[in-house]
Design a protein around this ligand. Structure first.
Ligand SMILES: NC(=O)C1=CN([C@@H]2O[C@H](COP(=O)(O)OP(=O)(O)OC[C@H]3O[C@@H](n4cnc5c(N)ncnc54)[C@H](O)[C@@H]3O)[C@@H](O)[C@H]2O)C=CC1
Ligand SMILES: CC(C)CC(=O)C(=O)O
Length: 367
């Protein structure tokens, strides 16, 4: 990868490589765009095939956060971290504290939270070194684990997508194929089960599958089988890029709605599923519940206020589908437009009044 070429192509602001010999920390913080405010996005810990794969993941996820935060109406930019390592074996206190010091060094340009492979306990360790972390223990006045809230947002967004595809937003009797039953999908399964949906699940972690089978009567299939099962809705809730050349021909679902980030391997896959008449709920719109929830901490966390905003994911999915139909464009394009328009609106309004006023006030304070 020619890194500066890539940064230039997608207009990234900053990439920070974090290295600590003692703890084994190897992390990449990617900040895509801070037009709307500080970059907020989680920290993923994963075993990558190569350093290049880790860098690319951090970059793609950070850009996704810019769009997610903008589309959700948050005053936040986009950033993300990946820590290279196995979350089951390689974690230690020093690692998260060393990482916390790097976050502190950015002085508020980047705020972190959980993602795949990290937990509230990890965020608490980061918090030992910096305040620029959300999703820490509720005992600190924080919002805690974002996953159940992400799941609720996905559930609401899935209903809106179902309405467009099937004429009703009821999920009763609908067959939902869920890939990955980790933190988010476990809670999603609960909502779906309570509404009377039938679940087909898969995971590379046997225990996670067993839990869904036992608690929600889900049918388990092997990881490679999930794409081709007879179902109404495919819910990708593991890692990204699962909507691709290999999987699209297998899909029987009329809706794609899940929590995973970066579900489309390439944008042309979004075009392809659009042409096939599949209703795709854009990933960063439907999975914004978690970031909406943690972002509320910046105002002094209030659960009711956060959930009220999470409810609007239903309307946002309706809106992108409406724009997609009206303009004859794929839903991912409609979502990108929505996010980009907001960034441009705020960029322009800010440049009209912020700079001078801010300088005058800060001079006044120092006198
Ligand atoms: N946790 C949150 O609040 C948010 C999560 N997301 C995204 O949602 C997705 C899931 O996140 P979490 O539930 O937090 O992560 P998690 O790590 O708890 O769950 C992911 C699950 O996917 C499984 N998995 C990985 N590769 C797989 C494969 N090839 N086939 C089947 N299963 C596989 C893992 O074993 C794990 O159980 C991720 O893409 C994440 O970035 C997005 C927004 C917020
Ligand atoms: C886990 C969230 C709190 C933030 C994030 O990184 C995301 O939405 O992907």
């Amino acid at each position: 990868m020619e890194i500066f070429k890539y940064l230039e192509q997608y207009d990234y602001e900053q990439v920070v490589f974090c290295q600590d010999n003692q703890s084994g920390l190897k992390a990449i913080i990617a900040i895509h765009d801070t037009t709307l405010g500080p970059a907020l996005g989680g920290t993923r810990m994963w075993t990558y095939e190569s350093e290049e794969a880790a860098i690319e993941d951090a970059l793609r996820l950070a850009k996704g956060m810019t769009y997610k935060n903008a589309a959700a109406g948050l005053n936040l930019g986009g950033g993300k971290t990946v820590i290279i390592g196995d979350p089951r074996k390689d974690k230690n206190e020093e690692m998260f504290r060393a990482f916390g010091r790097y976050v502190q060094g950015l002085n508020g340009r980047y705020i972190t939270a959980e993602d795949v492979g990290t937990t509230v306990a990890d965020m608490d360790l980061i918090h030992e070194e910096t305040d620029y972390v959300t999703g820490i223990s509720p005992a600190f006045g924080s919002s805690g684990n974002p996953s159940p809230v992400t799941a609720y947002g996905v559930y609401r967004g899935m209903k809106a997508a179902a309405k467009a595809a099937f004429g009703s937003d009821s999920l009763e009797g609908k067959v939902v194929a869920i890939q990955g039953v980790g933190n988010v999908a476990y809670s999603l399964c609960r909502h779906l089960h309570e509404e009377g949906a039938q679940l087909i699940v898969t995971d590379i972690n046997r225990e996670a599958v067993n839990r869904a089978v036992e608690e929600f009567g889900a049918r388990a299939v092997d990881p490679n089988e999930i794409y081709g099962v007879e179902c109404d809705i495919y819910a990708p809730c593991a890692l990204g890029a699962t909507v691709n050349d290999d999987t699209i021909p297998q899909l029987k679902a009329r809706v794609i709605a899940g929590s995973a980030n970066n579900q489309l391997k390439e944008t042309r896959h979004g075009d392809l599923i659009h042409e096939m008449g599949i209703v795709y709920a854009p990933d960063y719109v439907i999975n914004a519940g978690g970031v909406i929830n943690v972002a509320d901490e910046l105002y002094g966390y209030n659960y009711e206020r956060a959930m009220k905003k999470v409810e609007t994911i239903y309307n946002s999915i309706e809106k992108v589908i409406e724009i997609s139909k009206r303009d004859g464009i794929p839903t991912y394009v409609a979502a990108d437009r929505m996010a980009e328009e907001r960034i441009e609106r705020i960029r322009n309004s800010r440049s009209q009044f912020l700079q001078n006023g801010h300088n005058i006030l800060s001079r006044r304070r120092t006198r």
